[in-house]
Design a protein around this ligand. Sequence first.
Ligand code: BG6
Ligand code: MG
Length: 215
Amino acid sequence: MMYKACLFDLDGVLVDTAIYHFQAWKNLGKQFGYELTEEQNEQLKGVSRVESLNKILDWANYTATQEEKSVWLIEKNEDYLRLISSMNPSEILPGVLSFLEQIKALGYKIALGSASKNAEIILDKTGLTPWFDLIIDGNKVSKSKPDPEVFLKGAEGLGIAPEECIVFEDAQAGVEAAKAGNMKAIGIGESETLFLADKIIPNFIGVKAAELLQF
Ligand code: BG6
Ligand code: MG
């Protein structure tokens, strides 16, 4: 099987924004006296802003009004935007640029498949934008991971069959989305959370693309 495209999640795969999302949700939770844990945060990875808030309110056993929710969604994002405002190319995760260079040289198409509505800002701040043939972000999808929509739109936009795509994900929901879309999934992180992936690597440091992309 010859694979033709690599579809990348953004947060936690290419850049370490996962820590900023965690920080911003933790700050928000304090407003209703809730302390978000790291294990819970793991379940928010890959999940949209609205759904993340709903999950947190659920855990906190807090019934919020529509009004409160709208205000908190804005506040969380303002906090997050403040946290990412000084991002720069040094925050690209180790090994990522070398990996992108390798797959480009090998002829793979490269797309982004992120739930984030802030993806373009982050790609611009870190200088990653030129690597991408296509960007599908949270503004272009209506269904959140684990629904495969974001990756299927990526494949479609590139004109490549889902079966010829390889997805890179740090979130359980993202790996599920890739598998639901009939794609190969490479998990970036720990096997405890990413066990559904076809392969798992801790990060991109020293990774040889030609070997990793063999299935
Ligand atoms: C995903 C993150 O990439 O984007 C989630 O893993 C985040 O934590 C989601 O909630 C939505 O991001 P944003 O930037 O639109 O709030
Ligand atoms: Mg992610």
